[in-house]
Design a protein around this ligand. Structure first.
Ligand SMILES: Nc1ncnc2c1ncn2[C@@H]1O[C@H](COP(=O)(O)OP(=O)(O)OP(=O)(O)O)[C@@H](O)[C@H]1O
Length: 252
């Protein structure tokens, strides 16, 4: 049964007193709330605020320390980690990486042919990488690599798309093309969550924002969330954080 929010909208992702962390050490505390289906939500906050941790948890890669998280099953989620988490030294071609987006539908290591191969080629073309199909990925520029990873997300055809700093170290042209793909996913009623430090870009392209600093500082309409007082609160909470704390202060 589809959950509904008070507003009558269907819920894509819900948190209830959710605390996330590593080896028992909390990184994000006591998140409550719901993200509606079809939302286009930016996640902002200082370094170490817990933005990547939250995406990892929604993707299913990290279990909660406490509380609960309700999200679609893994095959309905397309997740792009931060560039630093991606090993580009593996000797594999652009076409093969994009085809991996079909694994959830076809299973891994299956030869792709016919209609499926056309879909993969279509995705490579949609991100502006025509002619790069047989290039080994270690030879791509940062922008080309990000375009390739977006092509893989396109192929996944997931209802929820999670992007961790997709615009970091990307030029204006590439950012504009990737933003157009994000707008397309939004038009298709997919739920899209994007971590970004670029507040101008967020103000221009994201209707909703979650501001994090180890806990929720604010969430809602972007213009209501990215205010000077909220950003100052986020900074001071991040600076006040005790990195050595073993347990959650509120739970203790
Ligand atoms: N694998 C890990 N093991 C232990 N601690 C971790 C791990 N990954 C992240 N952390 C810690 O969790 C906290 C939140 O990190 P996270 O990467 O989620 O922050 P972020 O908001 O994405 O930061 P940034 O903007 O710098 O990418 C940080 O204190 C970080 O050191």
């Amino acid at each position: 049964m589809t959950q509904e929010m008070n507003s009558g909208h269907a819920v894509a992702i819900a948190f209830h007193d959710l605390t996330l962390g590593y080896e028992g050490h909390p990184a994000v505390h006591h998140l409550d709330g719901e993200i509606e289906k079809g939302a286009l939500l930016a996640i902002c906050g200082p370094n170490g605020a817990g933005k990547s941790t939250l995406l990892k948890s929604i993707s299913g890669a990290l279990s909660p320390l406490s509380g609960s998280l309700s999200a679609p099953r893994r095959r309905d989620i397309a997740y792009l980690p931060q560039a630093a988490d991606i090993d580009t030294s593996f000797p594999i071609t652009v076409l093969d990486v994009v085809a991996m987006g079909l694994w959830t539908q076809c299973g891994p290591f299956r030869a792709i042919s016919g209609r499926r191969l056309e879909e993969v080629r279509g995705a490579v073309s949609a991100v502006g990488l025509n002619g790069f199909e047989d290039r080994v990925i270690s030879t791509l520029s940062g922008g080309q690599l990000q375009r390739m990873l977006f092509a893989r997300l396109l192929i996944q055809d997931a209802s929820v798309v999670l992007l961790d700093e997709p615009f970091a170290a990307i030029d204006a042209n590439t950012s504009a093309d990737l933003l157009a793909l994000i707008a397309r996913w939004h038009d298709e009623q997919r739920t899209v969550l994007v971590v970004s430090h670029d507040l101008d870009l967020v103000r221009d392209h994201f209707p909703q924002t979650l501001l994090l600093a180890r806990e929720q500082v604010a969430r809602g309409k972007t213009s209501d969330v990215l205010t000077t007082p909220n950003l100052a609160r986020a900074r001071s909470r991040a600076e006040a954080f005790d990195r050595g704390a073993a347990v959650c202060a509120r739970a203790a």
